[in-house]
Design a protein around this ligand. Structure first.
Ligand SMILES: NC(=O)c1ccc[n+]([C@@H]2O[C@H](COP(=O)([O-])OP(=O)(O)OC[C@H]3O[C@@H](n4cnc5c(N)ncnc54)[C@H](OP(=O)(O)O)[C@@H]3O)[C@@H](O)[C@H]2O)c1
Length: 292
């Protein structure tokens, strides 16, 4: 069962990082991404969509555990310092995107916990969200076509707003049932959920800072629609192999490729599992190059 990672690294939370780009200096992990002031990125009130991944050096974001079909985030990469950064990215968000499969994995106890923004969380993260005057929890947006969703697992820590984003092709009776279970069901796409329609529907509901913590298919949906603005990537400098694995995205070839430029780069020496090194990278979508 994958839970919020326990502190297993040699590096405590306060060990400093080495910023390598754009400036070279020592800096602290705490506050690193809070300082990005993401709410100010919504230029002209436009939505700002961002995502993050943790990957091994050989590009695995998930690997099938022994005797399991579905890949999950491997313990060789998951670590509390990356988790802390994930919470910093969640702190200012209006909405968090997760996948239908994530909800099923959460219900069976094999998914990483939802980022908690109340209760036993670092006080500076709670204070940051509170100072922004935001509701305690971001809206959860579940992307799903199957609508096979045990949504009650999302509400087990208390009520929170849940939107299920699905397509016209999804079954009407499942949608009706979910609507009766405290979720709002929106149809944003004909056969599959389309990224542009989804983001427009969320913006209409005043949800403009949108953080995707979903996996390869959802990232592909966001890239194909040209709506992903920023990508945060932690690369743990370990090669872990495995035959049944996922990389950051999966779907039809992106033509033209989705281009990014490096916005920031940090070295976290000994911050990964077992004292491994990790690179913290921030990429901005290069909007000067036209996408399709
Ligand atoms: N290392 C990391 O940073 C990282 C980050 C995220 C995830 N992961 C791992 O990657 C694995 C897969 O994660 P994930 O399930 O979130 O991945 P995903 O590939 O993004 O999501 C797959 C599910 O999302 C729904 N979906 C995706 N795109 C859709 C679309 N356009 N329209 C309708 N439904 C769509 C489908 O749900 P339905 O089947 O309900 O239709 C599908 O089964 C997991 O093991 C997870 O732990 C790792």
């Amino acid at each position: 069962m994958v839970m919020q990672p326990e502190p297993t690294t040699a590096a405590g939370p306060s060990q400093s990082l080495l910023a390598l780009y754009p400036e070279r200096e020592r800096t602290a992990l705490e506050g690193l991404y809070l300082c990005h002031d993401l709410r100010r990125c919504r230029r002209g009130g436009h939505p700002f969509v961002y995502s993050n991944f943790i990957s091994s050096l050989d590009g695995r974001i998930a690997v099938a555990a022994p005797r399991r079909r579905e890949p999950e985030i491997p313990p060789e990469t998951a670590n509390p310092r990356d988790w802390r950064l994930l919470l910093e990215l969640a702190a200012p968000a209006d909405a968090l995107i997760v996948s239908g499969r994530y909800v099923r994995q959460l219900a069976e106890g094999s998914a990483q916990a939802l980022p908690p923004l109340q209760g036993d969380v670092a006080p500076d993260i709670l204070a940051f969200r509170e100072a922004l005057g935001l509701p305690a929890q971001p809206v959860l947006v579940v992307v799903s076509n199957s609508l096979d969703l045990p949504v009650e697992v999302l509400l087990r820590d208390g009520p929170r707003p849940v939107i299920v984003a699905t397509s016209d092709a999804a079954a009407a009776n499942s949608a009706r049932q979910l609507s009766g279970e405290h979720a709002e069901v929106i149809r944003v796409g004909a056969e599959r959920v389309e990224g542009a329609e989804l983001v427009a529907a969320l913006a209409k509901r005043a949800l403009r800072l949108i953080y995707s913590i979903a996996g390869p298919a959802v990232l592909h949906m966001l890239l194909a629609a040209g709506v992903l603005r920023r990508l945060y990537l932690t690369t743990v400098l370990r090669v872990i192999g495995g035959e049944d694995y996922a990389t950051m995205t999966r779907g039809a070839r992106l033509v033209p490729p989705y281009d990014f430029r490096l916005a920031a780069l940090y070295l976290d020496p000994r911050g990964g599992p077992d004292g491994s090194e990790q690179l913290l990278q921030v990429f901005e979508h290069n909007e000067e190059k036209p996408q399709k």
